[in-house]
Design a protein around this ligand. Structure first.
Ligand SMILES: C[S@@+](CC[C@H](N)C(=O)[O-])C[C@H]1O[C@@H](n2cnc3c(N)ncnc32)[C@H](O)[C@@H]1O
Length: 271
């Protein structure tokens, strides 16, 4: 079977961006090229792989878990059933962190709840400052995948297993960026069930981790250090209340996602 024939037969099952991602993994960059002129013959194992991807998709498995890969910030990360799949909105927080690091020459950075390492490794690769970047997560399986990603992407981040801040000293970081579990337990359904519950589950009200991070984060920041937090689309108001009650931070900026929902905040430790 020719690749273009598989493509014509199956293209309706996927979005264009999914098809692009699939074919990128088969060494083909352009769908246009595929449709018009590719006569590449698929061997049996490739046909089997492509059909498996289609089958996975039809039972709701996210494409990233079929391919065990996801793109984030222009880099391709290994992902698995043990790691959260990096999301596009998280790139917006990583971008904000990148700007803060470059503008303020921030030397020591923590990616808390690092998963496959997408945020910290991207920052390590892309910032202009020679920062020391740490990844930390409670899940050893996630950290193993993060280690593979550091090797694959040639990054020099340091990896530490830690239950939130427990592995770190006070007054330590210039910037902490975190995408913690923040989904309400009852909302973990649909395609989310394919991802590790511990990466998503923010408890009954979704704030189990957000609360701890706001309450304790300032202790681990240096004077005037920054804390960047991702949160759910309907969590801005209660989070703002929590931050104001806590009184250890100045709110620098709220960040919207591509759908114009509030999804992130940049805080600065007051003293
Ligand atoms: C929403 S995922 C974020 C993954 C990645 N940073 C990203 O943005 O795609 C949350 C991560 O928090 C980790 N986690 C859950 N409980 C934790 C804890 N008590 N301490 C540290 N990490 C924890 C999970 O293992 C998971 O990797």
């Amino acid at each position: 079977m020719k690749l273009k024939d598989w493509y014509s037969k199956n293209k309706k099952c996927f979005s264009l961006s999914e098809l692009n991602f699939i074919f990128k993994n088969f060494g083909i960059d352009s769908l246009v090229y595929l449709d018009k002129s590719s006569n590449q013959i698929l061997d049996k194992s490739k046909i089997k792989k492509l059909n498996k991807i289609k089958e996975d998709k039809s039972r709701g498995l996210p494409l990233a878990l079929s391919l065990n890969k996801e793109d984030f910030f222009g880099f391709t990360f290994k992902v698995s059933r043990d790691t959260l799949i990096p999301r596009p909105e998280t790139e917006l927080l990583a971008e904000a962190a990148c700007k803060l690091i470059n503008q303020n020459n921030l030397g020591k950075v923590l990616d808390l709840c690092s998963g496959c390492g997408n945020i910290g490794i991207s920052l390590d690769k892309i910032t202009e400052v020679d920062s020391r970047i740490y990844l930390s997560d409670l899940s050893l399986k996630s950290l193993i995948t993060a280690k593979e990603n550091t090797i694959n992407l040639g990054s020099k981040v340091k990896i530490i297993a830690s239950d939130l801040f427990s592995g770190f000293k006070f007054d330590n970081f210039d910037l902490i960026i975190t995408n913690p579990p923040y989904v309400k337990s009852e909302n973990i359904k649909g395609s989310l069930v394919y991802e590790p519950r511990a990466a998503l589950d923010g408890g009954k009200d979704g704030f189990k981790f957000l609360r701890k991070i706001v309450e304790d984060g300032h202790r681990y920041l240096k004077q005037k250090g920054y804390l960047i937090i991702e949160f759910g689309y309907n969590q801005k108001k209660p989070l703002q209340k929590l931050i104001q009650l806590n009184n250890h931070y100045k709110i620098i900026e709220w960040i919207k996602d591509y759908g114009k929902n509030w999804r992130g905040v940049i805080l600065q430790k007051r003293r």
